[in-house]
Design a protein around this ligand. Structure first.
Ligand code: HEM
Length: 199
């Protein structure tokens, strides 16, 4: 195996590890926000504790580092891929759509993560429960969160199916399992605005 190949494989593995860290965070975050259904004291109390904990700055730094790494490697791999593929890259329009759609989806997901993190981390209030209520009283926020969750679910589905296949699970099982995992995570997040709507 030449050095370019082993470097490519190493970068792919590191990208997958960065993605895995975000996947674990996503499960932790989904379980944390589910405490919303237990009421104001539990939810706001949990986030007051988390925000003042020693682990919080470490968590934030880890999330920023891993997502930046993941994005930079993905973009640079795509750019060098374009160069090496050369003329073949200039596909006729319909064939280029999946690649465009994938990158559009990933960009929407990234934009959502940035908007949501800035929105949450810049809030002055200690009562996050009320803050979440006021966020989901705005139709624009339903649109932004809907788009964010949709793009996240397609990205996650694609990534999980790839990882599961690498782990030796058959292609058909991978698709089913990744759909199930994504649906459980999404149901957890979607239950928050729906809980507010039907309260
Ligand atoms: C309905 C869905 C969601 C709700 C209600 C929600 C709520 C929250 C809350 C309450 C915080 C904490 C603010 C603080 O600590 O002061 C937060 C932070 C954050 N959320 Fe979400 N979130 C949702 C979906 C998502 C999704 C899908 C992602 C995607 C990756 C995400 C990523 C983050 C990040 C990166 C932070 C900053 C780190 C942290 O405090 O944990 N959130 N969100």
């Amino acid at each position: 195996m030449n050095s370019t190949n082993s470097r490519t494989i190493l970068l792919k593995k590191m990208m997958a590890i960065a993605g895995l860290i975000w996947f674990l965070y996503l499960i932790f975050h989904m379980l944390s926000v589910l405490s919303f259904h237990s009421g104001e004291a539990v939810f706001s109390g949990f986030y007051l504790w988390l925000n003042s904990s020693i682990f919080y700055p470490i968590l934030l730094a880890l999330l920023v580092l891993t997502i930046s790494f993941h994005v930079v490697i993905a973009v640079s791999r795509q750019l060098s891929n374009n160069e090496s593929v050369g003329e073949r890259y200039k596909k006729v329009y319909p064939k280029a759509i999946p690649r465009l759609v994938a990158w559009l989806g990933a960009s929407i997901m990234l934009a959502f993560i940035v908007i949501h993190s800035v929105q949450m981390l810049s809030t002055e209030t200690v009562d996050l429960y009320q803050e979440i209520h006021s966020i989901f009283n705005q139709p624009l926020m339903w649109f932004i969160y809907g788009l964010g969750l949709l793009s996240l679910s397609t990205h996650l589905h694609h990534a999980l199916a790839n990882v599961l296949q690498t782990l030796g699970i058959s292609s058909a099982q991978c698709k089913g399992l990744s759909v199930l995992i994504v649906m459980v995570i999404m149901a957890g997040f979607v239950s928050i605005p729906l809980g507010i709507l039907y309260a």
